[in-house]
Write a protein that binds this ligand. Structure first.
Ligand code: 3H9
Length: 681
């Protein structure tokens, strides 16, 4: 039963019970329509309370229906029926009222919400606009400025904020159903508010829309939906209700079919699947109450800040008293940064810092549930650290390395209780970046792996399972990107051309700007280690720049010049000179933006296919998440594997063959040609 009808005195209670999130599937829409028809005919009923079972109010339309033809009854009709019911409906909101869920609530005459509820129209995050009156009703109810803000960002607001905007009529504590009835008993004794469609259009000035358009365009960075949503909102303020509804619905249906919406739906489901690898089904992770982090550098301090944000007490261990102080200052700098940007109160900042204990004494780790090592990327140093940890930590403590390139099995080799070790690879800055690669060894116990996934989720991060290879998933792909970017330079493009092409594609930064920001010395160090392992990393120009001390912004010079301490990249004559010398023997190509992007992104897809064939990644969608959350690949393109699949593999293979024939990348692999990830899709 998806919708249950009960009566309590002169009130009817319509309860939606449709796990997991009471999404508005066809069955729910039909049942709501039936309920409105039934209750209108019951003379003794005075009002209808709309409640939901489970953890949330209606979380929106059923996203899994979006790939198919819409089926009647359509949501706008259902909402219009509720809005025009002869008995006023009162939405009783707990959890999240999102998308179609909030649209249904706005079709009710009143909205009552639990204090911990949130309300939002997140459709733009799925590449669409609200499709059942959200852009038309919200401005009439909560004002245009608030509606533009909520709808074009997709951000939800708390119940209290919603009440201050007029979106919610009462915020209640205690039993929601009882409180909603108590509210209704008073509210229905007074004249009813005018139904939203009959309220006047909010008045706006042209300057308001000009400023909003400028702002939304700057934020959208290639995404279509936020600008389309703004257009709907503007129409809602200039057209009559029905015309604005029709325009919104048409826009919704068009966008629902778009490539961007398909990519964003793919990411939505990928995010949820990633945190639950099939092998961990039914396995519980351990509870983490106290944690320790070894190393208080940039990475260690970021991990400490992330753990504290999740309320976990942390011991920060460094090798001597001075290093402990530096580590604590690094964490304090992060927390103070959040404080000064208004992201937390002074009390919260104080609590965050008070929950950290700095020490050089490994003995303090005897009771830690989890230890994360973030020391220097050197195998001998890491082996020594884990050998000491094995002596002092409880046998059931989970011990994790944050290595980005080294083989965790070698780091843990020969230590007792091998089932408790794993890799937890955070991305820098660790308190900001959402990706964590979770890397089991052959001996990691399932509940230890589940603990890694559980921890990442608790920190609000996206965990992706990665197998052991050089660089796991993310850095292995990064190596390809960087090598390709240099190959493009060697055949005639400039760093600015490459960076600009990648930004136009949707990345926040091009590969050379990014290297200058992070420092070329880090990659040089990794290449040196790779050479010591007998590999031959490709970075001829990067090596020459490092040899000249051009290691990026911190040196005032890298791929670009940064005169007088500026952070604005200026094309460099020195680099141009090096490139013209180095490029002499290579065939020159007249590069344009799209072909630069192909030469960088498609070899990454080829490597992604190899990664899947080797089972280093479980799913193509996991690779997409790694690139989106670890490296800023545009979410609305769905990640590199989705992008390539949507474009069509034959075209990708063809382009790679042409590039390979000119020595500009490796030829397409068998894994790519066969579309190995599509076999089980
Ligand atoms: C819309 O409403 C368009 C309308 O304007 C127009 C219509 C005409 N549909 O996130 P969780 C599944 S667009 C289908 O892990 P949480 C999810 O896949 C929609 N399935 O839980 C997962 O399944 P599984 C606008 C959905 O507690 C399970 O539920 N609404 C939907 O961390 C649990 O999800 C949104 O964009 C859905 N709408 O967070 C809201 N939502 O177990 C999207 C969830 O098989 N949803 N599932 O992997 C959310 O933001 C979160 O799910 C929510 C709960 C905050 C509600």
């Amino acid at each position: 039963m998806t919708v249950i009808l009960t009566r309590q005195g002169s009130f009817a209670i319509v309860t939606i019970d449709h796990p997991p999130v009471n999404a508005l599937s066809r069955a729910v829409r039909e049942a709501l329509l039936d309920a409105a028809n039934t209750l209108d005919a019951e003379r003794h009923i005075q009002g209808v309370i709309l409640l939901c079972k489970g953890s949330t109010f209606i979380a929106g339309a059923d996203i899994s229906e979006f790939g198919k033809e819409p089926e009647p009854p359509y949501l706008p009709e259902v909402i219009a029926r509720i809005e025009n019911a002869s008995k006023p409906w009162i939405a009783a909101i707990h959890g999240s009222a999102l998308g179609g869920g909030l649209e249904v609530a706005m079709g009710c005459r009143f909205r009552v919400a639990s204090a911990d509820a949130s309300l939002g129209l997140p459709e733009v995050k799925l590449g669409i606009v609200p499709g059942a009156g959200g852009t038309v009703r919200l401005p009439r109810l909560a004002g245009v400025a608030a509606a533009v803000d909520m709808i074009t960002t997709g951000a939800a607001v708390s119940a209290t904020k919603a009440a201050s905007m007029g979106l919610v009529d009462a915020v209640v504590e205690g039993d929601l159903g009882a409180q909603a009835i108590a509210f209704a008993q008073i509210a229905l004794g007074n004249p009813l508010p005018v139904p939203i469609p009959q309220r006047p259009r909010p008045a706006t000035q042209p300057e308001f829309w000009e400023a909003a358009k400028k702002d939304v365009t700057a934020r959208a960075k290639g995404e279509i939906a936020p600008l389309k949503a703004l257009e709907c909102l503007q129409n809602a303020c200039s057209m009559d209700f029905d015309a604005a509804m029709a325009f919104e619905r048409k826009t919704f249906l068009e966008l629902r079919e778009s490539k961007q919406a398909s990519a964003l739906r793919h990411v939505f489901f990928a995010e949820r699947a990633a945190s639950r690898p099939p092998e961990l089904s039914g396995i519980q992770g351990r509870d983490i109450r106290t944690a320790a982090v070894l190393g208080g550098g940039t990475m260690g301090a970021g991990i400490v800040a992330a753990l504290r944000e999740a309320g976990i007490r942390v011991t920060l261990v460094e090798r001597d008293a001075a290093a402990v102080q530096r580590g604590l200052s690094n964490v304090a700098a992060i927390v103070n940064g959040l404080l000064s940007r208004g992201r937390m109160s002074a009390t919260e900042a104080g609590e965050r810092l008070a929950g950290i204990h700095g020490t050089e004494d490994y003995g303090m780790l005897a009771d830690a549930d989890l230890v994360i090592e973030a020391v220097f990327e050197d195998i001998a140093v890491k082996q020594a650290v884990f050998s000491k940890l094995s002596e002092v930590c409880r046998a059931d403590a989970v011990l994790a390395t944050n290595t980005s390139y080294l083989n965790p099995e070698l780091i843990f080799a020969g230590l007792p209780h091998p089932q408790r070790f794993l890799g937890l690879h955070f991305f820098s800055p660790a308190h900001v970046m959402k990706l964590v690669e979770v890397v089991p060894t052959k001996q990691t116990a399932p509940e230890v792996l589940a603990t890694g996934f559980g921890l990442a989720r608790r920190l609000g991060k996206i965990p992706v399972r990665a197998g052991i290879c050089d660089g796991f998933i993310g850095n292995r792909l990064l190596k390809i990107t960087r090598a390709q970017a240099e190959r493009v330079l060697l055949s005639g493009a400039t760093p600015s051309q490459v960076d600009s092409a990648m930004r136009v594609f949707g990345l926040p930064m091009g590969p050379f700007e990014a290297q200058d920001l992070g420092g070329l010395d880090i990659a040089a160090f990794q290449r040196k280690a790779a050479r010591e392992r007998g590999e031959t990393p490709f970075a001829p120009i990067g090596e020459r720049l490092c040899a000249l001390g051009r290691i990026g912004q911190k040196a005032g010079a890298g791929w670009y010049d940064y005169p007088n301490g500026s952070r604005k990249p200026v094309p460099s004559d020195t680099v141009a000179g090096i490139l013209s010398e180095a490029a002499l023997s290579s065939a020159r190509i007249e590069w344009d933006g799209p072909s630069i992007v192909d030469a960088i992104v498609l070899p990454m897809v080829n490597e992604g296919a190899n990664i899947l064939e080797e089972q280093v990644a479980l799913r193509a969608a996991d690779i997409d998440l790694v690139k989106i959350y670890g490296y800023g690949f545009p979410r609305w393109r769905g990640g590199p594997m989705h992008y390539a699949t949507a474009r069509g593999l034959p075209e990708i293979v063809d382009i790679l063959e042409r590039l390979a024939s000119r020595g500009l990348c490796a030829p397409p692999s068998e894994a790519l040609r066969s579309g190995c990830w599509l076999r089980d899709a």
